[in-house]
Design a protein around this ligand. Sequence first.
Ligand SMILES: C[S@@+](CC[C@H](N)C(=O)[O-])C[C@H]1O[C@@H](n2cnc3c(N)ncnc32)[C@H](O)[C@@H]1O
Length: 243
Amino acid sequence: MGEVTFENYGKYAKCVENTTAISGRYCIQADAERRIVNDLISKLSIQSSDSLLDIGCNIGTVFIPLSFLVAQATAVDHPDCLARLQERFKGENVRYMAGNFLTLPFNDERYDKILSYSVLHCLRKDDLVPFVEKAISLLAPGGRLLLGDIPNTSLKQRFLDSDEGIRFQEEWNRLCSQNDSTKECKEVVDCKPDPDNAQFDDESVLALTAYIRKLGCSAYILPQNPELPFGHTREDILVIRPR
Ligand SMILES: C[S@@+](CC[C@H](N)C(=O)[O-])C[C@H]1O[C@@H](n2cnc3c(N)ncnc32)[C@H](O)[C@@H]1O
């Protein structure tokens, strides 16, 4: 079984205590995790009049603070993730849509801002393009979609080959030896990397960006601030639908 599937995140939400681990991050990244929201406000250009859709919101670590800043916020994820989200917070301007985004019905709704953060690598390879096309189809004219926190193996290798990367890896190994923060998740799901999951390198990130442009949208690869949880090894694709 693959380690980052939709179903496994449902199990983590039900059985794992640590909220950073449930969200797919290492506990030692808890401080860095708090920086994500500000980065997203800027990249998505969040406005108080916005309708926001968060696809793969998990238990709301990013979604909850963003929901305070917009007029209306819709949360999409596994039912057990949304149940845990609602234990943490119930917002009056929030709508919860439990289920797999690929099969959820949306009718005529359009959103000013759409976020899918740290989600694309959870998808099956064959689901990647339908997922991105569906997200784009839900954008209002002039709307922005952030396909955020995409793990790029080429970027990671460049970083690990650098002097800074070598120092970072040594410190990372030291911190992880003191606190195996993935232990709680491993106890819930006995998992291993799944070759059928979408994987990204320079070529595929560039190809996805070019594909989105062919669909008629602007698309830009944005760097991450190194102070974000995976800031050295991940990047974002910002999509802007023409008016
Ligand atoms: C690594 S977590 C990131 C959660 C959140 N965006 C964050 O950054 O804190 C990925 C989330 O995407 C959700 N996800 C993956 N595939 C999905 C799909 N097809 N539809 C809805 N949610 C999905 C998973 O259930 C999981 O909660």
